[in-house]
Design a protein around this ligand. Structure first.
Ligand code: HPA
Ligand code: ZN
Length: 324
């Protein structure tokens, strides 16, 4: 099974570039930028990756991003992830970035996106890994801040394929960003949102109907509402599910309780993704392997999951054909 998964051409659709910051790179960038970290070494930083829920993770994740200062830092971060893509046979990846995390620390939009974009171009050329870029709004911040971020992104619009919504879900429903997403749609951005990770199934309905999203990030709480599941099946609305993330953030008590294969067998277009692999203990192959180990996923199910990602991605149809 391990070699079957390793050999399968894969597509990743739910990956926060800031969540690929490995402790080794955190320390290297801290040293390069003259920043002192509140951890003695790589091991003690990694030991702090022990989360009880989404918020306990987000607190460390935003703190970790402090070491990202220069365009070269964002380039190095993105490049390291693309090397992992090649290692895991990820042929195409659709990457989230969180500009507000950096703007609020005084880092320019151009610095952030310049480094990420240059690495993506180099990844296409020298590693053969294609990519899209999705700008996420932090839902714990205001609508006004999201509008300001959208405005700042416009000079770089050609480099951004879509917008998304992430950060603390409960208490920050899709409605809060209805007007920002309407504007983003009008400007020609594609639209996705995190919903139904910790939040209720109603947030998934609202992401679809209020924000007009074409995919749902996570979405595993859809099972609480059979009508919603029926809609996801009927409309083939993709869910970008992240098994190891769900385990680490205690969305499920154990991997054996995960519902991804139930959803697959019901006909939902579920996909496998790594979310924040540096924090959750595994990249793409490890996420697939967890389904084989704990849910006894068959090769046929693994293949269907990988094909769902090809169906759900934003590549033109001709380029999708090569991946099937
Ligand atoms: N959920 C919400 N916000 C996030 C996540 C997530 O899984 N990862 C990074 N930001
Ligand atoms: Zn996520």
């Amino acid at each position: 099974m391990e070699s079957f998964i390793a050999g399968l051409p894969k597509v990743e659709l739910h990956l926060h570039i800031e969540g690929t910051l490995e402790p080794e790179l955190t320390f290297a960038l801290a040293e390069r930028n003259g920043i002192s970290l509140p951890y003695a070494d790589v091991e003690s930083l990694r030991a702090a990756y022990n989360f009880s829920d989404l918020q306990s993770f987000l607190d460390l994740y935003y703190q970790g991003a402090d070491v990202l200062q220069t365009e070269q830092d964002f380039y190095d971060l993105t490049w390291a992830y693309l090397m992992r893509c090649r290692q895991d046979r990820v042929m195409h990846t659709e990457i989230f970035f969180d500009p507000q995390t950096h703007l609020d620390r005084g880092i320019d939009f151009a610095t952030v996106i310049g480094g990420i974009h240059s690495a993506l171009v180099a990844g296409r050329k020298t590693l053969g890994v294609s990519s899209c870029l999705i700008m996420c709004f932090l839902r714990h911040l205001s609508e006004e801040s999201a509008f300001e971020t959208l405005e700042k992104s416009l000079p770089f619009k050609a480099w951004i394929d879509g917008v998304g919504l992430d950060s603390s879900e409960v208490g920050n429903p899709p409605q809060k960003f209805a007007r920002v997403f309407a504007k983003a749609c009008e400007l020609g951005f594609r639209v996705v949102a995190h919903a139904g990770e910790e939040g209720p199934a109603s947030y998934i309905w609202d992401a679809l109907d209020v924000l007009n999203t074409e995919r749902i990030d996570h979405g595993v709480r859809c099972v609480d509402d059979p009508l919603l599941v029926a809609r996801l099946v009927a409309e083939r609305i993709p869910l970008t599910v992240c098994p190891l993330s769900n385990l680490k953030l205690r969305v499920f008590d154990s991997m054996a309780d995960h519902n991804i294969l139930d959803l697959l067998d019901k006909g939902v277009c579920v996909t496998v993704n790594s979310d924040d692999p540096a924090y959750f203990g595994g990249y793409m192959n490890e996420n697939y392997q967890a389904l084989a180990d704990s849910l006894m996923a068959s090769k046929e199910q693994i293949r269907r999951l990988a094909l769902n990602s090809v169906e759900a991605c934003w590549l033109p149809e001709k380029e999708k054909e090569v991946l099937r």
